[in-house]
Ligand binder design. Structure first.
Ligand SMILES: [Zn+2]
Length: 275
């Protein structure tokens, strides 16, 4: 479905009860450019035959335009799964973060993978181009792509449409959110979940949510609470579902790691305290 002047979306619903489903709001594959000219493809989904078939079926429906490139947001399996078959079907070069290139080069024929530079402008087709933005935090090799012509930010897994993303390095993650907010995108098109209208406001609410959580973690430390699970109990609602406790503890740990990196907190395994 066309969702912006230069953007077509192939949406993959995921049954939350089925094996492997872990993306609230499903997954999105984008075709960007002009089907009468050339298009780029953003990400290639899970390595499931029916996903790849669906993506190539949609490509067929667009009239099999020339593919200028396949842009990869990051190296997780749900973004690079169908890459070998989709690359073969389109003959397009694959663009990705330099850290990811060696792995993708092993999946594909020589000369197919071309590294993306930070802030590089990439021609997509149909007189549209995208600026690549290195945006680590969810993963080291993460790139967001900004389509100025439609004022749209493709956020990969940095910002999701129907849930909060998982974070590997919160300090980098926060910096990456600031980077993409700096472009003031009108809309955010994530790799998973709903399309986001009022994109900049949404990114800023992500930033505010994390900052608020950080303040709560600091307040718990100030009370002398030193154990991760005790911090969870202090910061999260009392009725937090049992199966969410591990996720909450992981989240608190990413905040503590950030504060340690910033020299505000010291870790005395397995506890933490203010410096
Ligand atoms: Zn993902």
């Amino acid at each position: 479905m066309q969702i912006a002047p230069h953007v077509y979306r192939h949406h993959i619903e995921e049954d939350p009860d089925s094996f492997g489903a872990m993306h609230p709001g499903g997954s999105n594959i984008y075709f960007v450019g002009d089907p009468a000219d050339r298009v780029a493809i953003v990400d290639t989904g899970e390595h499931y035959r029916d996903w790849t078939r669906g993506i190539l079926g949609y490509y067929q429906k667009l009239g099999r335009p020339q593919v200028s490139c396949i842009l990869i947001s990051h190296g997780h399996g749900d973004h690079t799964g169908g890459l070998d078959r989709i690359q073969e079907a389109t003959g397009a070069p694959v663009r990705c973060h330099p850290r990811l290139a060696p792995r993708l080069e092993r999946m594909l024929d020589p000369g197919i993978v071309v590294k993306v530079e930070d802030r590089e402008t990439i021609d997509l087709g149909g007189s549209a181009s995208a600026v690549a933005l290195y945006t680590p935090g969810h993963e080291d090799d993460h790139i967001c792509y900004y389509l100025a012509a439609d004022n749209v930010m493709f956020t990969g897994d940095l910002v999701l449409g129907s849930s909060t993303g998982s974070v590997r390095n919160l300090k980098q993650y926060m910096h990456s959110l600031e980077t993409i907010a700096g472009y003031n995108p009108a809309r955010v098109f994530p790799a998973h979940g709903a399309l986001v209208e009022e994109g900049t406001k949404y990114i800023n609410s992500y930033i505010a949510h994390r900052n608020e959580r950080e303040q709560q973690v600091l307040a718990a430390l100030r009370k002398g609470i030193t154990d991760v699970y005790d911090i969870v109990a202090d910061v999260y609602p009392r009725d937090l579902r049992r199966n969410l406790h591990e996720a909450a503890a992981r989240n608190v740990r990413t905040h503590l790691d950030k504060l340690v990196e910033e020299g505000v907190v010291v870790e005395h395994p397995p506890t933490y305290s203010l410096k």
